[in-house]
Design a protein around this ligand. Structure first.
Ligand code: GLN
Length: 599
């Protein structure tokens, strides 16, 4: 096993996670098998109890791990499935050491940060790096480790010490350190300043770690003399200094790294030059270029609570993007704060109310994402009602599905006080109820979490077709409440269709409204398994419906055979017509002009 460590210096928010994922992707493109570990030096055991408003979304893994959103980036870029142990936190490490101490495993010794915590960190890394994550057997070739935070933070000290020891232990040729830093440009003179990077590399060295490669964030490519200066003062060869300058979208980062031959520097550091091939990023490059050139807009209203911080819904945004690129549409997300749609806002701030409704009404599709707590729930219900009544494509995820059911109960069944017991424990018409296996006293890890199977009751519905005419699907969950199974027949008699259920048939997973162009609610979170080249079926359904292409996609069982050329996207002439199914089932005409560039 070879290790690549990615650290960050100067300031936080440099895009270390995306850089680390891009490095992984580049190595994968060289024919290597790659896994990854993210270290978060906070005391929370996992991200499950952290507010998305402060920390960005909680990403959910197949095994139910609630982890940092960077693991989502790794899964998307590398098309892998990580485990909860791939996210190391201070909380997890200390808990394991304290548990060991309580068992008496330290045989009377004084238990200390060094060596016990630092040993536990190294053992954890070695153990987790061996877990296969790409569906193949046996361990990967390279493990990319990202250390969260910035060099010099007090809380990351035990990790730095552990990683210093680790690099020495695994030895030369097995460990490569990439330091992501900032080269600011001072506006007055427009000069690229190297001093902050010099200081942070000095800090790194002082802690016993030597960088092999510097990845410098800057607005433009680094001047040669700036590189020379950095090389001289940081003792890193000039060819090992790459610039991550500003790019139109993050899919460019792996390409930027390849252009600057970062893979050669890394492979050299890992003694893999003879083993790896030249990186093959054809598919990735095409998709990136296509994404840059899209201009036909598809507007999706995101009706949520945390509309101020887009990281709170990162995977949902990525899934929307994947689906939009597949449909050749330029994604425009209209953020609609749910509370602004409510009657109270009409009274208190009529302008805000009007602006929110204008956004909603101007959208081609409506998405209500997951959420907790009652703030904004009424606004989400109004958005679902608007989409249902006006036949606007709608996707409700988790809470978004639950509010769609509540709305139906109130408007169609006439049950005025219908509600979720999450918001009104006394309601006479509890159409969404607490699940028996949940806990009301403990917050961490007590929800219905991770991958669960949904069986389609019928394959004659949009979602089953979008999933490739599947009989079942495995998607990731994170919820405490569910649609009340005792009210299902009432709903179904009134026209709502619960087309996907769990193995018992009592737990509702997918709801559809037949007769509506696209009205789908899901108890799970399809966004977590969407990939740039494999968009999530239900997001694809939403985008396709929003831009008038759903019929073609459904007819093709959710298969968007993406035969894309730049010419086709730029000319944009024949995207909406001329759809014919080829013998292999791909959509010729919609996604190809016959040149056959696959991605
Ligand atoms: N609050 C709801 C529940 O616990 C929905 C959760 C979610 O949207 N992730 O069931």
């Amino acid at each position: 096993m070879k290790y690549v460590l990615v650290t960050g210096g100067v300031v936080s928010g440099l895009g270390k996670g995306v850089t680390a994922s891009s490095i992984g992707l580049l190595l994968k493109a060289c024919g290597l098998r790659v896994t990854s570990i993210k270290i978060d030096p906070y005391l929370n055991t996992d991200a499950g109890t952290m507010s998305p408003f402060e920390h960005g979304e909680v990403f959910v893994l197949d095994d139910g791990g609630e982890v940092d959103l960077d693991l989502g980036n790794y899964e998307r870029f590398l098309d892998i499935k990580l485990t909860r142990d791939n996210n190391i936190t201070t909380g997890k490490i200390y808990q394991s050491v304290i548990d060991k101490e309580r068992r008496g495993d330290y045989l009377g010794k004084t238990v200390q940060v060094v060596p016990h915590i630092t040993d536990a960190i190294q053992e954890w890394i070695e153990r987790v790096a061996m877990i296969p994550v790409d569906g193949k057997e046996g361990p990967a070739d390279v493990c990319v480790i990202e250390l969260g935070g910035t060099i010099g933070d007090i809380e990351s000290m035990p990790f730095i010490e552990a990683l210093g020891q680790f690099s020495y232990r695994v030895g030369h040729g097995n460990f490569c350190l990439i330091h992501v830093s900032l080269v600011p440009v001072l506006n007055v003179v427009g000069e690229q300043k190297t001093k902050p990077t010099q200081h942070s590399v000095r800090g790194l060295r002082g802690l016993g770690l030597t960088p092999n490669i510097l990845a410098c964030r800057s607005t433009k490519a680094l001047d040669e003399n700036v590189k020379g200066k950095l090389s001289q003062f940081c003792h890193v060869p000039a060819e090992n200094i790459v610039t991550l300058y500003d790019v139109p979208n993050i899919w460019h980062i792996p390409l930027l790294l390849r252009e600057q031959k970062a893979h050669e520097a890394i492979l050299k550091g890992l003694d893999l030059l003879g083993v790896a091939r030249e990186p093959d990023l054809k598919e990735w490059t095409t998709r990136t270029e296509v994404c840059d050139m899209l201009h036909d807009p598809v507007r999706i209203a995101m009706v949520g609570k945390y509309t101020g911080l887009s990281d709170s819904y990162l995977s949902v945004l990525k899934a929307l993007l994947h689906a939009s690129v597949a449909c050749h549409q330029k994604l425009i997300v209209e953020w609609v704060p749910a509370g602004d749609l409510e009657d109270v806002t009409a009274k208190e701030a009529p302008n805000v109310y009007k602006a929110a409704w204008d956004l909603l009404k101007g959208a081609d599709g409506v998405l209500v994402p997951g959420g907790f707590g009652d703030r904004g729930v009424q606004g989400k219900i109004l958005a679902a009602k608007y989409a249902r009544e006006n036949k606007v494509p709608f996707l409700g995820i988790c809470l978004g599905m639950q509010i769609a059911v509540i709305e139906f109960a109130r408007s169609v069944l006439g049950l005025q006080d219908a509600n979720s017991t999450e918001f009104d424990s006394e309601t006479k018409n509890p159409c969404v109820i607490f699940m028996p296996e949940g806990s009301k006293t403990h917050m961490g890890g007590t929800m219905r979490l991770g991958s669960r199977r949904t069986y389609f009751k019928t394959t004659d519905c949009k979602s089953a077709k979008l999933y490739g005419n599947a009989n079942f699907v495995d998607e990731r969950h994170r919820h405490r409440y569910e649609v009340n199974p005792d009210m299902i027949s009432q709903f179904e008699n009134a026209g709502l269709s619960f087309v996907g259920r769990d193995e018992s048939g009592r737990r509702m997973e997918i709801v559809e409204l037949p007769g509506h162009p696209y009205f789908v609610g899901v108890q799970f979170h399809p966004e977590f398994k969407s990939r740039p080249g494999k968009p999530s079926a239900l997001f694809l359904g939403l985008i396709a419906a929003a831009c008038g292409k759903l019929e073609a996609v459904v007819r093709n069982y959710g298969h968007v055979s993406m035969l894309v050329t730049k010419k086709c996207v730029m000319s944009n002439g024949h995207q909406n017509g001329n759809i014919n199914k080829s013998s292999n089932g791909s959509l010729n005409g919609l996604y190809s002009n016959g040149n056959g560039v696959h991605f």
